[in-house]
Design a protein around this ligand. Structure first.
Ligand SMILES: NC(=O)c1ccc[n+]([C@@H]2O[C@H](COP(=O)([O-])OP(=O)(O)OC[C@H]3O[C@@H](n4cnc5c(N)ncnc54)[C@H](OP(=O)(O)O)[C@@H]3O)[C@@H](O)[C@H]2O)c1
Length: 265
């Protein structure tokens, strides 16, 4: 029997690459979008789901369990970016980011866990970011929401292990997707004290995404994780520098590491 996989945010970027790849590999894939009818040519089933709307989460998971009786793998991939000097980020945009990147995935997990427990097995993959462990200027809130999801995953894995449910995180570096064009970015104000450094950093951040790695790399990693009996708790994926950065942060003197990060931005 092929495994049933639920991928949130599968209309674009990493989620779409995951859905396409896992479908080719023979899994039963259910992806989600806030407007699934906009993607009628999808290679796999797309259902409506807004991670900020708990009744849409309920409807989506109930629909899948009614048809399949189970969800074997949940991939919490839907997420949005936010950039800007912390001082200038509007409160509602900070909240919006946490609602999508943290509270949404938590609510989906709460809905899917009883289904997995009933089937005595499950795998939850939460897509975080290298930014969850390496802070860079003007990404404070994105880093914070992803770091919180990382710790939620670490904790949850210990709670669900007795039920044969593994929780892992994948922390991607920069990947070529639509994230840069869709993320909220604080306006670059000419009279801002951050004007010069924020404009340069924003330009660099956008360029990094455009020249990022191919999302298929993540799809191949997910395929490997699904086929592993005893997965690692955390995976980092991206360029060589991105995958070693979390280790360098631990190894190098703090001031030297911060100097290197600031020089790069
Ligand atoms: N690209 C990178 O460099 C990178 C690096 C590290 C981590 N990530 C993480 O990877 C994940 C995927 O991002 P991506 O780069 O593939 O970006 P993307 O191309 O912009 O795709 C984002 C996906 O999330 C969905 N989404 C956004 N808000 C949603 C909401 N409220 N409810 C449900 N779905 C929502 C979108 O679907 P609809 O608009 O159709 O609803 C879309 O399918 C995110 O969690 C992101 O933080 C990306």
């Amino acid at each position: 029997m092929s495994k049933v996989i639920l991928i949130t945010g599968a209309s674009s970027g990493i989620g779409k690459a995951l859905g396409d790849f896992l479908t080719i590999k023979g899994f039963k894939v259910y992806g989600t979008s806030r407007n699934s009818s906009n993607y009628i040519n999808s290679n796999f089933i797309l259902l409506d789901l807004d991670v900020q709307n708990s009744s849409s989460i309920d409807l989506c998971v109930e629909k899948i369990t009614k048809i399949e009786g189970r969800v074997d793998v949940l991939i919490n991939n839907a997420g949005v970016g936010i950039t800007g000097p912390l001082e200038e980020l509007p409160e509602n945009e900070i909240e919006n980011n946490f609602k999508t990147n943290l509270f949404g995935p938590i609510n989906i997990i709460k809905k899917v866990l009883p289904v997995m427990r009933k089937n005595k097995q499950g795998l939850i993959i939460n897509v975080t970011s290298v930014s969850a462990c390496v802070g860079t200027p003007y990404r404070s809130i994105y880093s914070a929401s992803k770091a919180a999801l990382d710790l939620v995953s670490e904790t949850l894995n210990m709670e669900t292990k007795p039920f044969n449910i593994n929780v892992v995180t994948i922390a991607p570096g920069e990947f070529a997707t639509n994230i840069a064009s869709r993320r909220y970015h604080a306006l670059i104000k000419k009279d801002s004290v951050y004007f010069s450094s924020y404009s340069k950093a924003l330009k660099l951040m956008n360029e990094h995404v455009d020249s990022g790695s191919d999302p298929k790399l993540i799809a191949k990693l997910v395929f490997k994780i699904i086929n592993t009996n005893n997965p690692k708790k955390k995976y980092t994926v991206g360029s060589f520098l991105e995958t070693v950065a979390p280790y360098l942060k631990l190894l190098l003197p703090q001031k030297l590491f911060e100097y290197i990060v600031m020089r790069s931005y």
